[in-house]
Design a protein around this ligand. Structure first.
Ligand code: ATP
Ligand code: MG
Length: 266
């Protein structure tokens, strides 16, 4: 029989101030399907944590749990100093305003200019005057190398530029955390490098906590302070780039080498 005790059975262990996000023994199910199980992860404030793992492993789900879009079936989530599972939806919304999100698919509004797309969260979430909004949009577009492109429509931009427009929208509200879901998927190697550099620039300029999901290992090695490898619902390896690359765990090594021989079922 499935044990359906509520998530509060776990003793919450709030993180120290230098941890922006803590997932503590998370379980998350979609219906009967358990996607995350005893999944724990700390994302250090001001660092870039990259989550890697097989397709369908639950990486995007980790972001949804960390920003309160999904409530775990067990475990505790601490984001920006609050335990999300204790908060009502209205307060979770307040926390989410402090998080920028660059989606796996750009999710730009096709009929709105790039500048209006980038300004959208400011109109939605703030009472800023138009002048201030225009300044912030200009600065966000500069940060991603799209100065002067604000009047164009998304359909007129290349895939890489659309990605960067999505980044500009994610940073325009000056968030404390930025989540990037597969920022380089579907891009050519040159644009992949440009996007990788753009993320490094954002990180450096805004000194913000970044959470990045990526399948692109060179890009991960270039931007990560910490790497977390998600496998079968749990983080099986975590640490600096060199620590993870030197991991003795055969699952980690098989994943990093992209080999079809090893303990990972293919
Ligand atoms: N809303 C949902 N309802 C039911 N199942 C879902 C839902 N969202 C995701 N899943 C399933 O949960 C699993 C994890 O999904 P998730 O999108 O988190 O994986 P991922 O690691 O981000 O995958 P990818 O690398 O393909 O983006 C997948 O098997 C997916 O089909
Ligand atoms: Mg995903």
């Amino acid at each position: 029989m499935i044990d359906e005790k509520p998530s509060r059975e776990l003793e919450p262990s709030p993180p120290p101030p230098d941890v922006a996000i803590r997932l503590q023994s998370i379980e998350l199910r979609y219906g009967e399907k358990i996607v995350l199980s005893d999944c724990s992860l700390d994302c250090i404030r001001g660092h870039t944590t990259c989550i890697i793992g097989l397709s369908g492993a639950g990486k995007s789900t980790i972001l949804r749990v960390a920003n309160g879009l999904r409530r775990p079936t067990r475990g505790c989530v601490f984001t920006l100093g609050s335990e999300l599972s204790r908060l009502p939806e209205t307060e979770i919304l307040e926390i989410r305003k402090r998080i920028g999100f660059a989606f796996q698919y750009n999710a730009l509004f096709d009929s709105m200019t790039v500048a209006d797309n980038v300004a959208f969260p400011l109109y939605e979430l703030t009472d800023l005057e138009d002048d201030e909004i225009n300044e912030r949009v200009k600065s966000a577009l500069e940060s991603v190398g799209l100065d002067g492109e604000g009047d164009r429509l998304p359909g007129e931009l290349s895939g890489g530029m659309q990605k960067r427009a999505g980044f500009a929208r994610a940073i325009v509200n000056e968030p404390e955390i930025i989540m990037f879901d597969e920022p380089t998927t579907g891009l050519d190697p040159i644009m992949t490098n440009i996007i990788t550099e753009t993320i490094k620039n954002i990180q450096h300029k805004l000194k913000v906590t970044c959470l990045v999901i990526s399948h692109d290992l060179p890009s991960v090695f270039a931007i990560a302070d910490e790497i977390a490898l998600l496998f079968e619902g749990t983080i099986i390896e975590y640490g600096s780039v060199s620590k993870v690359r030197q991991s003795p765990n055969p699952i980690v090594q098989q994943f990093l080498q992209g080999s079809d021989v090893g303990p990972i079922p293919v």
